[in-house]
Design a protein around this ligand. Structure first.
Ligand code: NAD
Length: 469
């Protein structure tokens, strides 16, 4: 007899096509366009979080053993803020924007009208599985689209909770969650969408973009990369150490796209910085961080093996100056600092996405810019700790990255008036706040003319007199 598992219907090409057809019909019927519909969905999302916060926290603990406070702030509060902002600003965002006209069209008036794109696909990643799934959905709702969300199969507890809660609190005739891995995502990618927002690694980003190209579908790719932290001397070392630690280990134990990936500092300053990091790490996570409840685990055994390989690389042997402990059974890796790793080591040639933090030393802090730029890829975020005005200016001009932060790490994510997105290998397009609304809108140019002022000059016959004018 067939098992229950075998009977479970697979989400295939045909299912994908039927789903998009249904959503397209509902979009065409105008269901998602009204201000009231958008407001109802955003309020529904807030209510969903209020009613089910304990379940959300449990799912995140099951998927990543994510500390409750981290989940409350980075997954739930940030999403709530997005909804609240959208609710507050939506009327304004939806208003047509007046535009200047030119003498050529006088008399006339003009405006840019934001219209929903249609049916959009959002594919999200496992590391902040609640926020990264629903935050783009907020923008897509605000802009009046029908939506399919595909959460990551690597965070299965959150993924199945999302199916249940979204079905319960949002309008399922226009907003749907499809669970699954490669076959299901491929079935979705075969369909024609009006926009795809993908969060994840660049290898799959290329697959998404190639699939989108077949239908001329625009994409937003929220990718990753190696985010550098430059540390100058003459700074508040304690605050610097604490803020680096929070961006690195306090964000899902380094499994965040904007986590500091490596530090660049001067040879002279290194001992002080390492001491400060060690001291603050012990204050935060105790003498045995593998037992700390305040650190997420590594998401699964594949990622544990990937990170172990970076540590076991012969080229970094003897370079660990702090941490290094691993617990394979519980998928835990302690905060680990490596000093003076060779540039051709594995750890310096791929995004770390975990609790390992190499430090690279330079003679002069200004040399750091060259280290970053010579990598050939543009990071998603870059950080500088300095009190030197000239160095800060140089940093802003010289370093190309999705976002820059001076004297902190990762917190730009919470500033909704800033666009969040990458550049080059770290991605394309951006969202958050009004940028999310714009990302999921088409900016339609509308020109209004009257029948008055009909200049005969523009009409044939093009006489030589007209040409001379
Ligand atoms: P992941 O493994 O969860 O994959 C992301 C999504 O791609 C999932 O929904 C998955 O089902 C789908 N996918 C996987 N293989 C696929 C295939 N062959 N075809 C189609 N879809 C497929 O996440 P990940 O890639 O391990 O995430 C980590 C990466 O994401 C890091 O590089 C990180 O920097 C980046 N990231 C970026 C952001 C950002 O906002 N810029 C946020 C989080 C993570």
């Amino acid at each position: 007899m067939e098992s229950e598992e075998m009977k479970k219907p697979v989400f295939d090409q045909e299912a994908g096509s039927l789903l998009v057809k249904e959503l397209r019909a509902n979009f065409a019927a105008g269901k998602t366009r009204s201000y009231d519909w958008r407001v109802a969905q955003l309020k529904g999302m807030i209510k969903m979080m209020e009613d089910h916060e304990p379940e959300i926290l449990t799912a995140l603990r099951d998927d990543l053993s994510k500390p409750e406070l981290e989940s409350s702030i980075y997954e739930i509060a940030l999403l709530k803020n997005s909804c609240v902002l959208a609710l507050k600003e939506l009327k304004q965002w939806m208003m047509p924007e007046k535009a200047k006209t030119s003498l050529t069209t006088f008399p006339s008036s003009a405006e840019t009208v934001s219209e929903p794109l249609g049916v959009v696909l959002i594919i999200s990643a496992w590391n902040f599985p609640f926020l990264l799934s629903l935050d783009p959905v907020v923008g897509a709702i605000a802009a009046g689209n029908a939506i399919v969300l595909k959460p990551s199969e690597i965070a299965p507890a959150t993924s199945s909770l999302l199916v249940r809660l979204v079905g319960q609190y949002l309008d399922s005739s226009c907003i749907r969650v499809v669970e699954g891995a490669v076959p299901e995502t491929s079935a979705l990618l075969d369909q024609k969408w009006d926009k795809i927002l993908y969060t994840g690694n660049g290898r799959i980003g290329r697959i998404v973009m190639a699939a989108a190209a077949k239908h001329l579908t625009p994409v937003v790719l929220e990718l990753g990369g190696k985010c550098p932290v430059i540390v100058d001397s003459g700074i508040n070392l304690r605050v610097t150490a604490r803020r680096i630690i929070m961006g690195k280990w306090g964000c899902n134990n380094g499994q965040a796209c904007i986590s500091p990936d490596y530090i660049i500092t001067t040879k002279d300053y290194t001992p002080k910085l390492v001491d400060a990091l060690k001291h603050e790490l012990e204050q935060f996570y105790g003498k045995n961080p593998l037992e700390s409840k305040d650190l997420s685990r590594i998401v699964n055994s594949n990622h544990f093996a990937r990170l172990s390989k970076l540590l076991d690389d012969d080229k970094v042997s003897g370079k660990i100056v702090h941490g290094g402990a691993r617990d394979k059974t519980n998928l835990k890796i302690a905060p680990t600092i490596l000093l003076d790793v060779p540039r051709d080591s594995l750890i310096m040639n791929e995004e770390i996405f975990g609790p390992l933090l190499p430090i690279i030393t330079v003679d002069k802090v200004e040399d750091s810019f060259n280290v970053i730029n010579s990598s050939g890829t543009k990071p998603l975020a870059a950080y500088l700790f300095s009190n030197n005005k000239k160095l800060k200016e140089q940093f802003v001009v010289t370093v190309s990255a999705g976002g820059l932060v001076v004297n902190d790490t990762a917190v730009h994510l919470a500033v909704h008036s800033l666009p969040f997105g990458g550049v080059g290998e770290s991605g394309m397009g951006a969202y958050h706040g009004k940028f999310s609304f714009d990302t999921f809108s088409h900016k339609k140019a509308v020109l209004y003319r009257s029948f008055a002022g009909d200049a005969p000059l523009r009409y044939p016959p093009y006489t030589s007199k007209k040409i001379r004018l």
